[in-house]
Design a protein around this ligand. Structure first.
Ligand SMILES: C[S@@+](CC[C@H](N)C(=O)[O-])C[C@H]1O[C@@H](n2cnc3c(N)ncnc32)[C@H](O)[C@@H]1O
Length: 201
């Protein structure tokens, strides 16, 4: 009896820490990232390094980790502790990637230390906040910046448009999703080879 119980617990633990299983679960559960899980995963597949600003319980984190190829590294930041941090770390390790979580006020990160292939922004949805993010962190991203909540917070979309209008910005919109809370994918203009995929879903 006891052995059967131990086996069941072991199987459950294994399943819980299986990245693919958790990714699929998160694709089926209704939350504000559900429709974009496959989009985030598709972009992450083409990256070696990712920075994620805004984690909460880690829905976008799972999607990005589910795409990141073995050997890849992702760093995520949030002012609050992520209750799933330990599990996410183990899930990443299980597929040969590294996930590093840092609890901090993102605006305190001076100078911004990373040059990720993909920068995912989902933490402050005010016009001023997004403008600061794009100016301070955006210019360091190598290939893509993905911004969430562009429909549910129209100021986010306006901030992107104004930032793009700045003559020196070398970025353009690769794709815009208007379903759900909205998502915009920006790519570096000189990184056209990165944007051959028409629809990553
Ligand atoms: C919309 S939630 C992120 C959701 C997450 N991407 C997901 O898919 O589940 C926004 C997060 O940003 C964090 N946040 C807001 N302002 C912040 C700041 N200045 N520095 C660090 N984290 C911040 C909040 O604690 C919250 O967890």
């Amino acid at each position: 009896m006891e052995l059967r119980g131990q086996r069941a617990r072991a199987a459950m633990t294994e399943e819980t820490l299986d990245l693919e299983v958790n990714y699929l679960k998160c694709c089926l559960e209704p939350h504000d990232m559900t429709v974009f899980m496959p989009v985030l995963r598709a972009y992450a597949r083409e990256c070696a390094t990712i920075a994620e600003l805004g984690v909460r319980k880690g829905m976008s984190t799972i999607a990005l980790l589910a795409g990141l190829p073995a050997g890849g590294k992702m760093q995520s930041f949030d002012q609050d502790l992520c209750e799933n941090a330990e599990a996410l770390e183990a899930m990443a390790e299980g597929v040969g990637t590294r996930w590093i979580f840092q609890q901090c006020d993102i605006y305190d990160l001076h100078p911004w230390p990373l040059k990720p292939d993909l920068l995912f922004l989902d933490f402050n949805h005010t016009y001023k906040g997004v403008t600061t993010q794009l100016v301070e962190f955006g210019s360091t991203a190598r290939r893509w910046i993905i911004v969430h909540d562009t429909v549910s917070f129209p100021d986010v979309r306006v901030a992107i448009a104004d930032w793009l209008a700045e003559a020196e910005q070398r970025w353009e919109i690769e794709r815009e999703y208007c379903e759900g809370e909205g998502l915009v994918v920006l790519r570096r203009e000189h990184g056209r080879d990165a944007g051959k995929r028409e629809n990553p879903r």
